[in-house]
Design a binder for this molecule. Structure first.
Ligand code: HRO
Length: 315
């Protein structure tokens, strides 16, 4: 069974990778991903300067393993740390794993500076511009401001000057799928969108203590895990149906096993990111999920993901 895929012109030996933000802030964590059975890896979203992020507790699993809530607040080492990592990355590693870099500037100026630095370094890594962090107080998500998103792309696309992707928030209105896809179809370098980032500003409350699970923002944080699966599948499929040929969708959200990876591919995903389940299980999740996906494909008679990608049936 062939699980390989190609994103932005780079080959992934298998279609699984981490969701940006999980197990990828520090070099030792990134090395764990390199040594894992993932097909590639992506760094924690970087800002111009390093950040401590929000006060803890800022992440919590939800009762009944239905998902997670986080308001990390973009803790990261600053973009130069990840630029340096990308300069030293072994692109000829035996596993053949490519490297993705996530950038989440707090302003267009920050994103411009970071994208110029990566352009000047001219490295084989692939950029994923994060327009969807829901947890920086006072910073509304660019992904929910269509005009700002288009203006940002008008500035960043020519600077990046090569294929790149965008990490999107979940949309919940068909008109928003239409508007966002129409924007991305204007930029030839935007060759993939990653759907979805966490479902913003949920509130998880503990029944016994009658207290919010996380400290920042009165307990408001992004939701992930199984509970967001139907929203993730809808966003993957909405953009799969709307983006021009040649543009791809990376699925993210609700993956706990091979089953949900299969559903993401059926919805149209060319690669699939794992966040909450990686946070809870550790990097062994990639081997387990891959085995389950192969078993499921074999049971269904599929030899490659191309045979069923995007082929979700409707009634
Ligand atoms: O709070 C975070 O760091 C964070 N948390 C998320 O759930 N998505 C993001 O893109 C980011 Cl940047």
């Amino acid at each position: 069974v062939d699980l390989s895929t190609t994103i932005a012109g780079v080959k992934l030996p298998n279609l699984l990778l981490n969701a940006s933000g999980v197990n990828c802030r520090f070099e030792n964590e990134l090395q764990q991903l390199v040594e894992s059975k993932s097909g590639s890896l992506i760094t924690k979203s970087a800002t111009l300067n390093s950040r401590e992020g929000n006060p803890e507790p800022r992440y919590a699993p939800l009762a009944g393993s239905i998902g997670s809530i986080n308001s990390m607040g973009l803790p990261n080492q600053g973009y130069e740390y990840y630029l340096n990592y990308a300069k030293n990355f072994d692109y000829n590693n035996t596993a053949g794993k490519p490297l993705f870099i996530s950038l989440a500037g707090l302003s267009l100026a920050e994103n411009k500076t970071m994208c110029e630095a990566f352009r000047d370094a001219n490295l084989p890594c692939v950029l994923e511009v994060n327009f969807s962090c829901p947890n920086v107080p006072g910073k509304p998500q660019v992904g929910y401001d269509m005009e700002a998103m288009e203006q940002a792309l008008q500035v960043l696309d020519p600077i990046i000057g090569r294929p790149f992707g965008i990490k999107l928030p979940p949309y919940f209105d068909i008109a928003h799928f239409d508007q966002a896809a129409a924007i991305f179809n204007k930029f030839d370098n935007v060759v993939f969108v990653t759907c979805i980032n966490s479902v913003g500003n949920g509130l998880a409350i503990d029944l016994d203590s009658e207290t919010a699970l996380i400290k920042p923002k009165d307990g408001f944080g992004g939701l992930g895990g199984l509970l967001v699966l139907p929203t993730a599948l809808a966003n993957v499929n909405a953009f799969y149906r709307r983006l021009k040929p040649g543009k791809q969708v990376i699925g993210c959200g609700g993956v706990t096993s091979g089953k949900e990876v299969f559903l993401h591919i059926l919805a149209g995903a060319s690669a699939v990111e794992i966040g909450t389940q990686l946070m809870e299980e550790g990097t062994g999740v990639f081997e387990r999920v891959q085995k389950e996906l192969v078993e499921l494909m074999t049971a269904k008679g599929y030899k490659s993901v191309e045979e069923f990608r995007g082929k979700v049936k409707t009634l």
